[in-house]
Design a protein around this ligand. Structure first.
Ligand code: UDP
Length: 473
């Protein structure tokens, strides 16, 4: 009898990472009956206090995905570090939970010992959890890395390890225009669009550590598809002494998606309003789960919407600790002047909004989930990156593949710079006019994304190849 496999997932417990990891786990279980169980280890961090409740709601419909709560860490890293360098915070946290993960994994392995039917086949670690490869090695289990970002980002990590051998120091902002030969990109990448963490000494060290450890994994799963990033996947396909890289996306959480931040009455108000608008007439503004803009920037967006006069849904992020009505942050009288023209809201049902036929364009911070969601529904974007690796995504989408209208590619929210109403108005007009052929190209990519995950498609085949690797390892 062929033994069935249990995989142990270790996701970062923030909303975006959890959604995608659990969705991928569901996909594996649906695809191959030999994947008997997936156990996701969960830990509490002060930065994601509700992860536990959220994760339980995500797995409620799938009894073969189990959650395993790790004990609390007595001395978590300071939250101040999370505000300055979230990646560094995550990695420090992961190092602290490492003994707890080892205990949990060995008790799961122990519980399967002697079973004729199921064995623990390996660890699937979020990219930020890759220091846990050591736990896998200690327990003789292969570790696979799950990237919630794209293959170009992986190319950037590879580039970093090579650069570090010659220049072992963080990037320098004053060389912003200098162009870097990052593999997987068609064009040289200006330093100024590299992730902001790479300019901070502490965070840089962490990225180098993560980048170097990738090579010690048994395989790397990337939430992207080869039609979207052929050069990057081809590059990794040609590397000989590197783990296999599997395009497995787009992995999107579209159905039965719990949204603790969304008030159902607000959802209905937004969707009812959209139902009354003509096809492709509404621009959607949303800057991700943590994209908080200051009052001066909100004023510029408000002015742009008034200049252009286009219909809109505008999701405004405020600090979760402050229950602010987003309208209170806007210029006096804006509400009256745009009556009927649009809807301002807090948390938006983004997936439903993007799926609505009234939406014609999306001004986005270019977070990777948002980018994949917009492509899935064939909605062209204008780029308004803010933090993390969003500038790199914006550069790729606007400058390399022509799928987005360039609003900004190098804007960094922490620098306090303002994008003017004129710039925004110009980008919105171009976006809603079809973005010089971008709407058609986005529609083609939508078809490619859907084919990629269908039986026989590129990502489908790649997930199957990953499962085969699990069974021969
Ligand atoms: N999202 C949402 N409503 C909002 C803001 C964000 O539903 O008002 C969802 C969005 O659909 C996406 C995720 O939150 O799935 C954001 O992930 P992304 O990677 O784009 O950006 P991040 O929030 O990690 O910066």
């Amino acid at each position: 009898m062929v033994k069935e496999a249990e995989l142990i997932f270790v996701p970062v417990p923030s909303t975006g990472h959890l959604l995608v990891a659990i969705e991928f786990a569901k996909r594996l279980i649906d695809l191959d009956r030999r994947i008997n169980t997936i156990t996701a280890l969960l830990w509490k961090t002060p930065s994601s206090p509700h992860a536990d409740v959220f994760a339980h709601s995500l797995v409620a419909s799938e009894p073969r995905i189990r959650l395993y709560a790790l004990p609390d860490v007595p001395d978590p890293p300071p939250l101040e570090l999370y505000a300055r360098a979230p990646g560094a915070f995550n990695v420090q946290f992961v190092k602290k939970i490492s003994p707890l993960v080892r205990d949990a994994v060995s008790s799961i392995v122990e519980s399967r010992r002697g079973s004729d039917s199921v064995w623990v086949a390996g660890l699937v670690l979020d990219f930020f959890c890759n220091p846990l490869i050591d736990v896998g090695n200690e327990l003789n289990l292969p570790s696979y890395i799950f990237m919630t970002c794209n293959a170009r980002y992986l190319g950037m990590m590879k580039y970093l390890t090579e650069r570090h051998r010659n220049i072992p120091s963080a990037l320098d902002r004053s060389s912003g225009e200098e162009e870097l030969p990052v593999p997987g990109f068609l064009k040289p990448v200006p330093t100024k669009v590299m992730p902001s963490g790479l300019f901070d000494r502490d965070a840089y060290e962490v990225y180098i550590e993560l980048a170097e450890r990738l090579a010690n994994s048994r395989g790397i799963l990337v939430n992207s598809f080869s039609e979207l990033e052929p050069e990057a996947f081809d590059y990794f396909g040609r590397l000989e002494s590197y783990p296999p890289v599997y395009p497995v996306g787009p992995i999107l959480s579209l159905k039965d998606r719990p949204s603790p931040n969304l008030d159902p009455a607000e959802r209905d108000r937004i969707m009812r309003w959209l139902d009354e608008q003509p096809d492709s007439s509404v621009v959607f503004f949303c800057f991700g789960s943590v994209g908080i803009l200051g009052a001066p920037q909100l004023k510029e967006i408000a002015q742009a919407l008034e200049f252009v006069g286009c219909r809109f849904v505008w999701s405004i992020r405020t600090k979760t600790s402050e229950k602010t009505n987003p309208y209170d942050l806007l210029p006096d009288g804006f509400d009256d002047r745009v009556k009927g023209q649009g809807v301002v809201c807090g948390w938006a049902p983004q997936v439903e909004v993007l799926a609505h036929k009234a939406i014609g364009g999306f001004v986005s911070h270019c977070g990777w989930n948002s980018t994949l969601e917009s492509l899935w529904y064939g909605v062209p974007t204008a780029t308004g990156p803010m933090y993390a690796e969003q500038q790199l995504n914006a550069f790729a989408m606007a400058k390399e593949v022509g799928l987005a209208v360039e609003l900004r590619v190098d804007y960094v929210s922490a620098h306090g710079e303002i994008v003017t109403a004129d710039e925004i108005a110009r980008a919105v007009r171009s976006l809603m006019d079809g973005g010089e052929g971008r709407r058609e190209r986005v529609k083609e990519m939508k078809e490619a994304a859907r084919k990629a995950v269908m039986e026989g498609g590129s990502s489908f085949s790649s997930v199957t190849a990953f499962i085969e690797q699990v069974f021969v390892s």
